[in-house]
Design a protein around this ligand. Structure first.
Ligand code: ADP
Ligand code: MG
Ligand code: MG
Length: 905
């Protein structure tokens, strides 16, 4: 082998000279014996697999020779009605001749047949989604030649494998047919594993397979190797559009237009008996990120067998053992193992990342069949990125870009133990990640009561409303049968960092009977349930969870990210607890403190309702007086938690009807408090009803028509600020006015705030109060210049801005938006990632006009988009000062902001 490797290095230099200038029109890229037309950087052209096969060949590693048909051909193939262009076939034949020369065997030759693998490989990894055919080139004739040279058993084992794979992938014969046949032969001869089948058994299996194909397709199995090759290439191109691949691309946002490449490669055999094996290895532990070589292999087997799980694989070394008592590769084939380890180290250094390697050993000789960036858990991703910096393979800014910010979400929440089998009852939308385990409860009150008694509960509802807040707080997780990713339950749960599955249509709740019917089972209150908010799975019983540790590596990486980013990150927090969590996660202030959540607490909501239903100013002022001290203490708690950091408090925003009593009990209770009758209360509630509350009497409109509400809130904020400042704590209050559409609204309310501030703080205000507005109405964005005259800051409320600009109701979009995305009409849910060309354009206008009117205007964004990596990048590019997101998303935003800054260099 060393001669080959040396030849390889020499060859690669020549190879580069030969390909120069011609690469543009090339559609077939040869690799083998140290030379390769392609290289690792040509992923788009060659697919990931092809590009890395070429690169490994250039590195002089032992890779079976072959060629890659470029992704561009996939397009020609589809447009040409499913035919491989003749020119490509000609180029392929020329490349095949080179493979034959290297291997010293001929494709289709009855004496010494060359066998091929035909492998898919797209620019973006789609593991297991597309097809591969192995052992191609076998026929009734060539199998005899192979048997002659390499043994009967091996030849027939290869032939039956080929007939099955070709039958399945190319001819569309259901693979169960083959499996059933194999099983019955195994049973008949009393073999528990395929390896126990003899040559005669395998010959019989193959003959039966050929019959299965004839019966299913009505034609004999193709016996002509060139025809086999052409049809296999076509099938791999077609597999780009198989249902599973299409669905996978939708789910992962991969473009359909990339297309797959096809790799045709000489077979090497791990199933030739003694000294043969096949396996996969990772250069580091993909679960923990530990620096240890890790992997599994099977003796006397072919690649597919390892993944298929038909036999228990053996560990490659002690580090990979995890309970297995089988001998390791290191013990069985020490020389091969050492060589594999050496190559693994080399590949990792070369690619500067953890690699996932496929290898095969044919009669003691090691072959590399694939290398790619290894998939890893979030914990491992962070650990590896940091370690690679320490090992001088990466610079810090590169390491920061190695971790997918969205992955951090999972790092911060407990997850289900991956080693436990899941009995999935149903699947909903994965609205908020992490695992939750607890007893089923059907109402917020029961949730609260049971949680107070120390029980862990899962709140199960058709949907939730603001009235359920205390239940959401108390529960470990939330399951709803209706609603989408931006439904109330989803948004609130995400904000609280609670696992949540929404829109689980397969589950039925019977409120009266207090039962949940799902997956053919009926569960009652108190029964155990497990939710996986990361996958949307709902499972019966209590599954064990694991809490990921935020070790030193995480802190270190985040520290690097913080030094790189320009965009600041604040958190949305309505309670001191959330404020503290956000701060622990690195928030640099509060960008949104919603005051209405404080109103929903059961003890307060009565006073809130009195305030709303008041018919005179006096009544309203009296009710507000009850709320003022509680609001003040809420704010004081938050200011204390955020010592030294800015806190943006938004004045009351939602339409008042949201606070109103819903049922007879609540109406009676309120009537008593108001000293009137239920009928009177009901009449007043009806009078408040609006046709279109989201566009109705809400936000600053309330502050203008009922100034005493905002006056009370301003006083509570400033008294809290003064109180806390007296304790030696640094307070930076910011008051934010919601739903401003016209500059006069803000001018008027700014005057109100200033007036109240003067009353509270006197003429020597030692507290620097800033006043600003949400930009969430399209008109406000367009007239940002005029609005900036009264604003110290803008904060984009992109939830409402999206809703209003898109004429898309957040609460109803679930009915058609998933279909829109499925059909490709929209690429992303605009409530998840900012619609850059529409809503983003309005933001651009507002930034420009706002800053032109006032250079020192602070610009931020609050809302769900603040924790979405793509939207964070956009905010960075837009030049915002900060984004604000729910506490658990703060690290995501920090990392995404750093990546945006690095990407700009
Ligand atoms: P996937 O993309 O699903 O991993 P691959 O193209 O890598 O599919 O092939 C599937 C299996 O076949 C792998 O285990 C691989 O190692 C094996 N295989 C592919 N090409 C060859 C070959 N030339 N010789 C031996 N085994 C091969
Ligand atoms: Mg593979
Ligand atoms: Mg809003």
């Amino acid at each position: 082998m060393s001669a080959r490797a040396r030849g390889g290095r020499r060859g690669s230099r020549q190879g580069r000279g030969r390909t120069g200038g011609r690469a543009g029109g090339r559609r077939v890229f040869f690799f083998g014996d140290g030379r390769a037309d392609g290289r690792a950087s040509q992923r788009d052209t060659l697919g990931g697999k092809g590009a890395n096969l070429a690169e490994m060949t250039r590195l002089g590693l032992p890779v079976p020779p072959g060629f890659t048909i470029a992704t561009a051909v996939a397009k020609a193939f589809a447009e040409g009605g499913g035919r491989v262009p003749a020119g490509v076939l000609r180029e392929a034949r020329a490349a095949l001749a080179r493979v034959e020369r290297i291997m010293g065997a001929r494709f289709g030759d009855p004496e010494h047949p060359l066998l091929l693998s035909v492998r898919s490989g797209s620019p973006v990894s789609m593991p297991g989604m597309m097809d591969t055919v192995l052992n191609l080139g076998l026929s009734d004739q060539t199998v005899a030649g192979l048997a002659e040279r390499a043994g009967e058993r091996f030849a027939w084992d290869s032939y039956r494998r080929f007939v099955q794979m070709f039958g399945d992938v190319v001819l569309g014969v259901p693979h169960e047919r083959f499996e059933a046949c194999l099983e019955s032969v195994r049973d008949e001869v009393g073999a528990s594993e395929d390896t126990q089948l003899g040559a005669g058994d395998l010959r019989r299996v193959t003959r039966e397979y050929l019959e299965i194909v004839r019966a299913h397709t009505g034609a004999a199995f193709p016996q002509d190797p060139p025809e086999q090759l052409e049809r296999a290439i076509a099938a791999v191109f077609r597999s780009w559009n198989n249902e599973r691949a299409v669905r996978y691309r939708r789910l992962h946002g991969i473009s359909d237009s990339l297309g797959t490449a096809v790799n045709v490669q000489a077979m090497v055999f791990g199933n030739m008996g003694e000294g043969c094996a096949t396996g996969v290895a990772f250069t580091r532990d993909p679960n923990t990120g530990d620096k240890r070589f890790y992997g599994e292999y099977l003796e006397n087997a072919q690649g597919e067998d390892v993944v298929a799980g038909i036999r228990t694989p053996q560990p490659i070394n002690e580090a990979s053992r995890s309970g297995s008592s089988l001998p390791s590769l290191e013990q069985q084939m020490p020389a091969v193992y050492r060589k594999l380890l050496r190559i693994a180290k080399r590949l990792e250094r070369h690619y500067r990342d953890m690699q996932d390697i496929e290898f095969t050993v044919q009669q003691g000789r090691l072959w590399l069949l694939q290398t790619r960036t290894g998939k890893r858990t979030p914990t491992a991703a962070v650990r590896i990125a940091v370690d690679l910096v320490k090992e001088r393979m990466l610079r810090r800014e590169q390491a920061v870009c190695r971790v997918d910010p969205a992955q951090l979400d999972r790092l911060l929440h407990p997850t289900l133990d991956p080693n436990v089998r899941r009995d999935v009852l149903a699947r909903g939308l994965p609205a908020s990640p992490g695992a939750a385990v607890g007893a089923i409860v059907f109402s917020a009150d029961v949730a609260e009561a049971r949680a107070k008694a120390g029980e862990k509960v899962i709140l199960v509802r058709a949907e939730t409303s603001p009235d359920d807040i205390h239940g959401l707080h108390a529960a470990e997780g939330v399951l709803t049968t209706r609603g989408g990713m931006t439904s109330h339950a989803a948004v609130v749960a995400r904000g609280m960092g609670k696992p949540c599955v929404v829109g689980c249509g397969a589950a039925r709740i019977d409120e009266a009977a207090r039962t949940l019917r799902v997956g053919g089972r009926e569960l009652g209150e108190g029964d155990a349930l497990t939710l996986d908010g990361t996958t949307g799975e709902v499972m019966a019983g209590r599954l064990p969870t694991v809490t990921p540790e935020l070790g030193g590596a995480f802190t270190e990486l985040m520290g690097w990210a913080d030094r790189l980013r320009r965009l600041r990150v604040r958190t949305n927090a309505d309670t001191p607890h959330d404020a503290r969590v956000g701060r622990e996660f690195g928030a640099e202030g509060i960008g949104l403190c919603r005051t209405e959540h404080m109103f929903f607490e059961p003890a307060r909501v009565i006073a809130v309702r009195e305030m709303i239903l008041a018919t005179t100013r006096e009544e309203r002022v009296r009710a507000l007086a009850k709320l003022e001290p509680v609001q003040q203490s809420d704010f004081a708690g938050i200011f204390r938690a955020m010592d030294g950091l800015p806190v943006t408090v938004r004045l009351l925003d939602p339409p008042l009807h949201e606070f109103l009593p819903q049922n007879d009990d609540e109406i009676r209770e309120l009537a008593e408090a108001l000293d009137t009758g239920p009928a009177e209360v009901r009449a007043r509630v009806d009078a408040l009803r609006e046709f279109n509350p989201m566009l109705g009497h809400r936000g600053c409109r309330l502050g203008i028509t009922f100034p005493e509400i905002y006056e009370m809130q301003v006083r509570a904020i400033l008294r809290a600020a003064r109180e806390v400042a007296g304790e030696g704590i640094r307070v930076e209050p910011e008051i934010m006015i919601p739903l401003v559409a016209h500059e006069s609204e803000l001018a008027r309310l700014r005057a109100l705030v200033t007036r109240e501030a003067a009353r509270v703080l006197g003429d020597r205000p030692n507290i620097g109060l800033r006043v600003g507005t949400m930009i969430e109405v399209p008109r406000a964005a367009l007239t940002a210049g005029a609005i900036a005259a009264s604003a110290d800051f803008f904060s984009f409320g992109t939830n409402d801005l999206t809703q209003m600009t898109y004429a898309l109701s957040r609460d109803d979009a679930g009915r058609f938006l998933p279909e829109y995305i499925e059909m490709g009409i929209l690429e992303d849910d605009p409530f998840v990632s900012i619609d850059e060309s529409g809503i983003g354009e309005l933001m651009r206008i507002a930034v420009q006009r706002g800053r032109a009117a006032r250079a020192d205007l602070t610009l931020g964004l609050c809302g769900e988009h603040g924790g979405d990596p793509k939207s964070v990048r956009f905010c960075h590019a837009l030049g915002l000062d900060y984004v604000s997101c729910s506490p658990y998303r703060v690290p995501i935003a920090r990392l995404a902001a750093a990546q945006a800054a690095v990407g700009e260099r």
